[in-house]
Design a protein around this ligand. Sequence first.
Ligand SMILES: [Zn+2]
Ligand SMILES: [Zn+2]
Length: 123
Amino acid sequence: MSELPAAPHDAELPYAEASLGELRLAFAQHLAPDGRTVSVTGVCPRCSGRTVSEFAYGMPGVGTKAPWPFRARRPGGVPDMVGGEVLFCECGHPHPAMPSDAVFVGCGASWRVRTEQTGDSPS
Ligand SMILES: [Zn+2]
Ligand SMILES: [Zn+2]
């Protein structure tokens, strides 16, 4: 585990639904002990807050239209959530001007993480 440089969380950053595209970020995923939740942790590229996104795993009928993306299985059988899902800032801090009906408590940023599986060939 490599620690990222500790940029301070910009708690004063106004909320904005910003799609940041595909970024090369250090995010890690962990399968919960009960095997039903994959949590993806990292640092939000917009507000620098520590964000944790949880995805239901192996639970039918969680409300998404698309079936579970099995395209990027890992050796343990857990899909690559880091590279396979759009991540939203869930730093847990209600940023200024955050709408009360916001789905995720954070700065409103969303992004995809470019991983070895999804990125272009390493140079
Ligand atoms: Zn954020
Ligand atoms: Zn934040």
